[in-house]
Write a protein that binds this ligand. Structure first.
Ligand code: PMP
Length: 411
């Protein structure tokens, strides 16, 4: 089992008090903290190597280009893509999904076609498809959930039909914590000639991901949710598809020849990366990937499973506390959305913050899901490998203390 307490020491931000209590950071589904190695990678880049990429022949430009492309190779290996040409740097999951919708979606959808998503999607895997549907005359179809909060695969079989052109599903839900059977969905999509898109924002940080084994056509994730900086993310796409797709943005870096009236595009992956990219962000994402893969993605996954098994029964034992999604810890990851029947989630999160515990409250960018669950908002605790079992105990104690405060006016 990994040593969370030792790993936590690598994260300077976690060594502080909030409201006079030691910080316990449980908002990792929103964003994760950054280890020294990632912070140093950013500083080193700006202090020693800062230059634009792919242009200069001078030493700094060569260093920056080398490190930027070396980071791409780290991303390729991280998700086991066949080649670096298939791994595009983006601003994050949202940008990646928008690129697929705008580039692949607009070119390949027509009236009568269907895009299949599910009721557990993040807004960034809903809204881009709504817009593409409006523009093309295609329609958006939702796969239902089971009573346990799992994707209803029987319904998926009904919804994925000859009309389906795109299936786009979260690999792991940011509200329910469930992992969806992406490989099986990809088989179903391919059987009807559709492409499979997976939103990996909550999966890539927490488990090994192999895009070839999953046989997805596109895979999106964000750097900041796996210890990397904000403003950098990844879009994986199969070469055959990316070759046929138009770039979403045009300008410098992505061209081959520019004539007065028209231009030609350079090769993959640069065809999609117009303008000066987030060089520091990409290099630091590489450092983050090095950091988490040195711990081991299997180890991270196993640790989070153990932590979830540990904390779920303690929460379930609290009178009036409801957990959304599967009740069995073995059916879910370390994202736990919950409510106390006597306390509004925002008040709960504020009371938790007074005790140094950072949890999120709100709709978690999943309004259709919350409507589906018939709830306005929830509190959410989301763990990462640097959260210890002691912190899990303190989190449960803070929930109980907040409940007592709101029910009896005493903490
Ligand atoms: N999909 C899921 C499942 C997410 O949890 C998130 C982030 N909360 C996103 C997409 C969007 O990621 P980003 O804001 O980094 O683009």
């Amino acid at each position: 089992m990994l040593n969370a307490a030792a790993l936590k020491k690598e994260f300077p931000i976690l060594d502080q008090s909030v409201n006079d209590e030691p910080l316990i950071y449980l908002d990792n589904a929103a964003t994760t903290q950054k280890p020294k190695a990632v912070l140093e990678s950013l500083t080193t880049y700006y202090q020693l190597n800062n230059a634009n990429v792919h242009r200069g022949v001078h030493t700094l430009a060569e260093r920056a280009t080398h490190d930027y492309e070396a980071a791409r190779e780290k991303v390729r290996a991280f998700i086991n893509a066949k080649e670096t040409a298939e791994t595009l740097f983006t601003r994050g999951t949202t940008t990646s999904l928008n690129w697929i919708a705008r580039s692949y979606g607009l070119a390949n959808l027509q009236p009568g076609d269907e895009i299949v998503i599910s009721y557990m999607e993040h807004h960034s895997n809903i809204v881009p498809w709504q817009e593409v549907a409006k523009q093309t005359g295609a329609s958006l179809v939702y796969i239902e959930l089971t009573h346990d909060g799992l994707l209803d695969m029987a319904d998926a079989k009904q919804k994925i039909t000859n009309k389906t052109k795109i299936v786009s599903i979260a690999h792991v839900s940011n509200v329910l914590g469930v992992t969806n059977p992406i490989k099986e969905l990809a088989e179903m999509a391919h059987a009807v000639g559709a492409v499979m898109v997976a939103d990996g924002a909550q999966a890539a940080p927490h488990m090994p991901v192999d895009v070839q084994a999953l046989d997805v056509d596109f895979y999106a994730f964000s750097g900041h949710k796996l210890c990397g900086p904000t403003g950098i993310g990844v879009l994986y796409g199969k070469r055959a598809l990316l070759e046929k797709m138009e770039p979403v943005e045009y300008g410098g870096e992505m061209i081959d020849f520019v004539y007065d009236q028209e231009s030609t595009w350079t090769e993959l992956p640069w065809k999609f990366e117009a303008g000066t990219p987030n060089i520091a962000g990409a290099i630091a994402l590489g450092a983050a990937i090095d950091f988490i893969t040195a711990i081991g993605m299997d180890e991270i996954h196993a640790y989070e499973e153990a932590l979830t098994k540990y904390v779920m029964p303690k929460l379930q034992a609290i009178d009036g506390l409801k957990i959304y999604g599967p009740q069995k810890a073995s059916d879910r990851g370390a994202v736990i959305s919950f409510n106390l029947d006597s306390v509004h989630p925002h008040d709960l999160a504020t009371a938790m913050d007074m005790q140094g515990v950072a949890v999120r409250a709100g709709h978690h960018c999943a309004q259709p899901l919350l409507r589906y669950l018939d709830v306005q908002s929830t509190a959410r605790a989301s763990f990462y490998f640097y959260n210890t079992f002691e912190e899990a105990d303190q989190f449960v104690a803070a929930v109980i203390a907040a409940k007592e405060f709101f029910e009896n006016g005493a903490i």
